[in-house]
Each structure stands twice: as C-alpha cells, then as structure tokens.
Design a protein around this ligand. Structure first.
Ligand SMILES: [Zn+2]
Length: 536
C-alpha cells in the first residue's frame, strides 16, 4: 500500500529519462518578464507547500481519528494553481532556469501540478469512494461488520467456508463503487490527453519518470525467473501454514496466510518499540532524541490499524501513526514506516521540491531496507522470539511472501498498462494476469476487484523499482559494513549521508551514488529466484 503521507502519495518527480512533450513555453523576453515569472513561480511553490500541509493534516485526522475527509474542499481557491497557465509558466521557468538543480526542482514541481490538476478533477470521486467505504458495512450469517474491518476479519477467520462468505459479502460494496472507479478511470484518461499527453500511460511515465516498456520487460523476466521456485514454495507453505492442500487455496485465504498466527507470540506488540529503538541505536541513532519524529501509538477506536508515516513538514515535523496489535505483519509495517520517517527526519535540503516532492522509489527503498530486517536471521534472533528450531520455516515463509508480493506487483503493472490503454475486458484480464502470478485460480467474484486493486498513476512502479534498488543498496551495505550492517554506526552515518539528499536523488542517481551503473532488477530477481546468495 502506498505510504499514506498524503502529501507524498500524489507527488511525483524523478529524472528526465522519458520527458513527455513540454508545450513550447512562453519565453520571458524582458527583465521585467523574468522578474514577474520568478515571483509567480515562487508564489505557486509557497501556495503548493501550504496546500500539501493542509491535505496531509486532513488525511492524518481521517486515518487516526476517523474524521470525515473532504479533499475536494481543499482545492477550492486553488483553481489557478492547477490551471493550464500555471503549468505553462512553470515550463517557461524550466526553460529559463539558471542552473540544472533549479531546473530539476521545477520539473518536479511541474509533475506535481500535472498530477494534482487531475487529482483535483477526480477528488469528488475519490472522496465518494473513501467516505462510502468508511461508512459501508458487510453482512453475512446474520451479522454485520464495517467494510474496512472485513480484511482483518478474513485474516483472523479460521473457518474455510466462512472466509468465502465474508469475501463474497464484500461484493455489494465493490459493485457499488466500481462504476465510480470506472468513471474516474475514464476521466483521468481524458484529462491526460487534455494536458497534451498521448495517453494516461504516457502521463504515468512522465509522473513517475520511468520507462513503462522497459519495466514491463523486467516484470515479465521476474515472473518467468521465479515461476518454478514460487510454485515449489506455494506447494510447501500452504499445507504447512494453512493445513490446506494447495489445490483448495483461494485469494480470500491470502489474508489468513499472511496473518501468520503461528508466530504472533514471537512478535508481541509491547516489544516492537524497544526493538526498533535498539536497531536505530545500533546505527548510532537515538530515536528518543529525535524531536522531529512524532509517534502516535494510542489504540484509538477509529484509528486505521495499519502504521503510516506522514511527512507533514520535512525535516521538521514527521509523524508516525501505529496501533500495535502484534504479529509479524505489525512489526513489518512499523519498520517500513520508520524507514520513511528516518529518511525525512535526516533530510537537509534547501529546495522545497527536494523535501516534499520527488521520486517515491527512493523513499520506498529506505522503507524496504528496514522492513526486510524481518528476513535477517541474526536480527530476528536478537529481537523476535522465534524458537531456533522454527527459524527455517519462518525464513522459508518470508521468502515465499516476498516472492508472492513481487509477482503480484509485477502482474499488477502488466495489467494496469493494458487497463489504462483501454483493454476490452479488464475484469477478465485482471483475473487471468493476477492468477498467473499467484499460481492459483481467481474466480468471477475475485475479478470484481479489477479497479479497487489499482493505485493512481503506477504507484506499483515505485514499489517494484524500490525492491530492485533496495537489493542493490543492501548488497552495498553488506560489502561496506558486513552482514550485520544494522549494528554498525558507520553504516548509520553512511545512510544519513544518503538521507540528507531528501528526494533530490532519483532511483538511478542513488544507484550511482552507491557505486552501481543504474537501478537494475538483476540483484533482486537473482535473490528471489535463489540464483544469488540470500542471507546466511
Ligand atoms: Zn512505503
């Protein structure tokens, strides 16, 4: 799930690999024009920074207190900021930029304006879906439950048939909002063309600064290279952890499988905070002394149980919300969000765009670096209570879940590419593409998730590239500081030297900074497929 620091969830940036058509900018001809343009752009940046903060706080209140969210209203009064003229003014400023750094920052800003001009237009649809789902209920076996809690119900439900009934009870809610999501998809496509892009996909490439065709090839390669290893692990893990023959395993059982009851006691909620603080201490970071990181851990009734990081003001005010319920999933998510929080808290960048905008691949890379400590036998031995005789099956399960997620996201990218290009039968395409990745069939009911399982403008691409880059970064950390790099303050200093760039570096630039040629899927795919050494 994308990090929910709203400010970042919609903001994009990155390198100039595949520049989409910039309209011929209105060039500033006189010194007076230059001055006027400089002030206009500065006004827009200040306005955007204030709006990002306002939207971030609204999203925080919705997530932590369950307050109704009205993002649509936040755009009122900002019509000019997201209008065509504003984009053209920024394009003119890009052409006139005094140096490459300023030009890069303005290109980030232009992407923000492009994305937000669409975000603003579809906000009423997004609000309708968000508030509708927050208020929706499902009913099964004479009971009702909040729709948003139904995923937790699936994770906790031991009864095989009841899981199917709970999953099917979600269908009326999905079917109610699918037309709203379809309308949003249509509108976003039309708006992308209205902004001068050939298609939604072309705008998506620009906003996330990636090459869709190249990443699609990487995804095909990932699926093909891990097919056999994944199928073998699926045949082992499902009977071992679910007590089910693999032939009876369904999509609605996945939440239960990943709930991992077996190890719940090994990851108690009360040990999560101390384990994370101790890990940071090993890197020479004293979490208690980080006044700019605010952790909200009160178990409020309406709080979304999933931890999230909100970079409201980078680096000065970074928030984490957590509702410890214990279990591997809980620890994993909090470690992930702490990776984001450390990145933003150590950012030292004088340019707004390089603090709050930018390529999410980089911040996700840092988040996955911390999240994947859960795969490290030595870290797990130190912090979690996994009995030594269980470590083998725990690590096998971790490898399975990593492969499942990587294959799922590879399939999502291949599906979304065709969905946004106007596939004839997206439901059936979704069902076939995702079931290939999962290694078990999806039914008609599962296919109803063909729109709710899509993130705006290829967030999936940032996740995939972050997994690729995290494998490269981790290999570099191990080569420089040893297998237990997380116990080495020098590794902490090295990470801080990367984090201080904030969002200025894109994925390829970070790869070069750690000594590689570019962001490359090879290391990650190699480790997944078992070709490259995992951890010992
Ligand atoms: Zn994240």
């Amino acid at each position: 799930m994308p990090p929910l620091a709203l400010a970042l969830a919609v903001l994009i940036g990155g390198s100039m690999t595949n520049e989409a058509p910039e309209a011929a900018p209105a060039t500033a001809t006189t010194a007076a024009d230059e001055t006027a343009m400089r002030f206009a752009v500065a006004d827009m940046r200040l306005e955007a920074e204030a709006l990002i903060l306002e939207q971030g706080i609204l999203s925080w209140k919705n997530r932590v207190y369950g307050d109704e969210i009205d993002i649509t209203r936040t755009y009122e009064g900002h019509e000019t900021l997201f209008g065509r003229d504003a984009i053209r003014t920024v394009e003119a400023a890009i052409a006139a930029a005094p140096d490459a750094r300023e030009q890069k920052a303005l290109r980030y800003f232009r992407r923000y304006l492009l994305a937000e001009s669409i975000g603003k237009a579809v906000a009423p649809l997004d609000d309708r879906i968000a508030n509708g789902e927050a208020a929706a209920e499902i009913s099964f076996d004479g009971r009702t439950a909040p729709y948003r809690q139904s995923f937790l119900l699936l994770a906790r439900e031991e009864d095989y048939d009841l899981r199917k009934r709970i999953s099917d009870a979600q269908l009326p809610v999905l079917r109610r909002f699918n037309p709203v999501r379809a309308e949003k998809e249509e509108r976003a496509r039309a708006l992308a063309r209205g902004l001068g892009f050939a298609s939604y996909n072309a705008l998506g490439e620009e906003l996330r600064s990636f090459d869709l065709e190249r990443l699609a090839r990487d995804c095909e390669r990932l699926l093909a290279s891990t097919e056999a290893a994944y199928a073998a692990l699926l045949r082992e893990v499902v009977p071992e952890f679910m007590g089910l023959p693999v032939g009876r395993f369904r999509r609605c059982d996945v939440f239960r499988l990943f709930h991992l009851d077996r190890y719940a006691a090994c990851f108690p909620p009360e040990r999560l905070g101390p384990a994370v603080a101790a890990t940071l201490r090993g890197l020479g970071i004293d979490l208690a002394a980080q006044a700019n990181i605010w952790i909200h851990d009160l178990p409020l009734p309406k709080k979304n149980p999933r931890a999230a990081c909100y970079a409201l003001k980078v680096p000065g005010h970074v928030r984490l919300t957590v509702k410890p319920t214990g279990g591997a999933g809980d620890w994993e998510t909090f470690l992930h969000e702490m990776g984001h929080a450390q990145h933003f808290a150590w950012t030292e960048n004088d340019i707004f765009e390089f603090r709050q905008l930018g390529d999410n691949t980089v911040t996700e890379t840092y988040a996955f670096l911390f999240e994947d400590l859960m795969d490290d036998p030595s870290w797990v031995r130190e912090h979690a209570g996994i009995p030594p005789e269980e470590t083998g099956s725990y690590l096998r399960f971790r490898r399975f879940s990593k492969m499942y997620m990587a294959r799922r996201y590879a399939a999502k990218l291949l599906y979304e590419r065709r969905l946004h290009a106007g596939a004839d039968d997206p439901r059936d395409l979704y069902r076939r593409t995702l079931s290939r990745a999962y290694g078990f069939p999806l039914d008609e009911e599962d296919a109803e998730r063909y729109l709710s399982d899509v993130d705006d403008f290829y967030y999936v691409a940032d996740y995939l590239r972050a997994w690729f880059l995290k494998a490269q970064l981790e290999r570099s950390l191990v080569a420089r500081f040893g297998a237990a790099w997380y116990r080495n303050p020098k590794a902490g200093a090295f990470l801080r030297s990367l984090w201080r760039h904030g969002q200025e570096l894109n994925g390829d630039e970070l790869a070069r900074l750690i000594g590689d040629e570019r962001l490359d899927p090879g290391t990650f795919i190699g480790i997944l497929a078992g070709a490259e050494g995992g951890r010992d």
